[in-house]
Design a binder for this molecule. Sequence first.
Ligand SMILES: Cc1ncc(COP(=O)(O)O)c(C=O)c1O
Length: 350
Amino acid sequence: MDNKKTYFRENIDRMDGYTPGEQPKDMRYIKLNTNENPYPPSPAVAKALKSFCSDKLRLYPDPMACELRKTIADIFRLKQENIIVGNGSDDILTIATRAFAGEKKSIACFEPSYSLYPVLAELQDCRCIKIPLKSNDDFSIPANSAEKAKSAKLFYIARPNAPTGTLFPIGEIRKICRKFKGIVFVDEAYADFADDNCVGLLSEFPNLIIGRTLSKSYSLAGLRLGYALASEKIIEGLMKVKDSYNVGTLVQAVATAALKDRKYFNETKKKICRTREYLAESLCRKGFTVCTSQSNFVFAAPPDNDGEGLYKRLKKNGILVRYFKGPVTGRYVRITVGTDSEIKTLLKKI
Ligand SMILES: Cc1ncc(COP(=O)(O)O)c(C=O)c1O
């Protein structure tokens, strides 16, 4: 075989792949780099694991994950037919990309936003139209976004946005849903930490999909459970694209138990929002530029605007935060909201 040739499709050869945040083996780090929840999952999770009968694993899981989807539907006062579940919300994003994007069917997204969206476009060998957010300190949506995304078939919008943590006004999302001719996928991975969400728009817009995850607000990043809410017709189509058994029996049982414990979920969420405000205010007092966060992390630029320098110094001091190089994001670091004591240590080191 010619040395330059590989067995891969050309687009796979061309791409670098997604770079996940560091997952160090050294547990001595205070880990504030991948937006995990610092609190343990609900006690109902441990109970579900203990009472799980391993013989159930002999058989394939329920391909339609009926009980889990019913549990999610009840939370949002929707029908089971409005829900699809996946192996983390990244799986849901992959399913949506495979369903709606391809040659001559581009993706659109804002920049900066979740860095997986352009990677999904590369995998699907389609164009990714990147629409720069305004360069003000809250990275707001530019005018005529739907117009700029016009030739795309799928528009990914993270709300709250990542890595900025900011919440685009709901009116802007409504405007985009109305004007954009393709599918608007509002990625609400962090919406449980926000003042509002787009679920209410589902009844207005048949082209809207909302993505959610148990990785952040339910402390279950290691479990891998994400889901999407949409019209029955859209869910029916997405079901054709997913792997038949994309969520295992154990994951379905544990996720159902976690979702049913509303009290624990609400308490944990409140604690994180309180610590987030303390972190944001403390950073402001230290002269940082801080984006108004509605998520479980804070995007902040130190007074010298050297995000990389701060990231490196904190790492030397045993604290991991996330740094995104680039002319716009390079000024900042993204800090996951940890426990009060972790955040106090961080502030002391800063
Ligand atoms: C905006 C956004 N969407 C989706 C995800 C993926 O989450 P999950 O763990 O459910 O795959 C992340 C993870 O960090 C994220 O930041």
